[in-house]
Design a protein around this ligand. Structure first.
Ligand code: SF4
Ligand code: MG
Length: 330
């Protein structure tokens, strides 16, 4: 049997006032059953668009799939009608968003929202759905759930609202959960609590978890694997410890270096802004920001290859990965 999720050579474009831009460009990755994968990158790197495409949430007609395949459990979702993906979403695949306030309906009680999928998809009674909601609220660590189940979203703190979102996402016992910046809107201590809750639930439920974030610090201890994206492409991927300790792409080394606990000597800070996707730099799109860039980088686009002298699973798209690796051990 193959991986639970396989994204193969996916390309997605977006219409803008000044023409189409390529938001995702030839992205491939797998997520195994029960695996936790972090997708890392700055905003505009294509990580959210990739997730939206998997979930069938790409805004149309602005967003367009230009090519590629998305297999869930061996079935190519892009081959099926949208109704097929919609039926999977919420049941087999669930998503957690950054801002629970905009994803929760302010006029419905949280218990009603947590139990809604169960009522709609499984036809369970209102009373049973409410009991299930209380149980889910308990599982995600909301104190006194039987008292809070009839409260409205605004009556919860930001962290508790995110727990409500997680309870909703897990209510149907999905096999894959995609969390897009799940802790970005929260303060630092609450971020850590939510991330460890997700890790605990992942272990207990055994679901696959995709964590999309710009912040390596919040996922470093939780994820098995990292996928780093830049300007719509995968630039480095591998087991998270491996990529963390032996970064083989200047962009990843920069992201890791921006960790508060990072070793300052190894830091190659990322200066400059992400590129305009309508006018990508030639060659390696990272070259204007890269301390290692040479003439070759300005003309040849680097392909993903095994990082030099590193395990097979560790791959990088950098012409000068040898030097980047050597520099990391300085
Ligand atoms: Fe830097 Fe060149 Fe590597 Fe791109 S290919 S990251 S510009 S060294
Ligand atoms: Mg985003």
């Amino acid at each position: 049997t193959g991986p639970l999720l396989r994204v193969q050579d996916l390309s997605v474009s977006f219409a803008t006032g000044s023409g189409r831009l390529r938001a995702v460009d030839g992205v491939s990755f797998d997520v195994g059953a029960g695996e936790t994968v972090a997708v890392l990158g700055e905003s505009g790197s294509g990580k959210s668009v990739t997730a939206q495409t998997v979930m069938g949430l790409l805004p149309r007609p602005a967003g367009r799939i230009e090519g590629g395949r998305i297999f869930f459990d061996g079935v190519d979702l892009l081959d099926r009608p949208d109704s097929y993906t919609r039926a999977l979403c919420g049941t087999e695949i669930a998503m957690i968003f950054q801002d629970p306030l905009s994803s929760l309906n302010p006029v419905f009680r949280v218990g009603t929202q947590i139990g809604e999928m169960l009522r709609r998809r499984r036809g369970v009674s209102r009373r049973k759905a409410r009991e299930h909601a209380v149980e889910m609220m308990h599982r995600v660590g909301i104190p006194a759930p039987h008292k809070r189940v009839d409260d409205y979203p605004h009556q919860f703190s930001g962290g508790m609202r995110q727990r409500v979102m997680i309870a909703m996402a897990l209510s149907m016992n999905p096999r894959l959960v995609i969390a897009d910046e799940p802790t970005t809107a929260l303060d630092v201590t609450v971020q850590a609590q939510i991330m460890s809750l997700l890790a605990d639930l992942q272990r207990e439920e055994g679901m696959a978890l995709v964590l999309i974030t710009h912040d390596l610090g919040v996922v470093a201890d939780v994820a098995d694997r990292a996928i780093l994206m830049y300007a719509g492409r995968v630039v480095e991927t591998g087991p998270i410890r491996e990529v963390y300790d032996h970064g083989a792409h200047p962009y990843s080394v920069g992201l890791m270096g921006s960790l508060p606990t990072g070793d300052q000597d190894r830091l190659t800070p990322i200066t400059g802004a992400p590129p305009d996707l309508r006018q990508l730099p030639t060659g390696c799109s990272f070259h204007p920001r890269c301390a290692f860039a040479t003439d070759r980088c300005r003309t040849d686009e680097p392909a993903l290859r095994v990082a030099p002298d590193r395990p097979q699973a560790h791959r990088t798209a950098c012409h000068h990965a040898e030097e980047v690796l050597a520099d990391g051990f300085r």
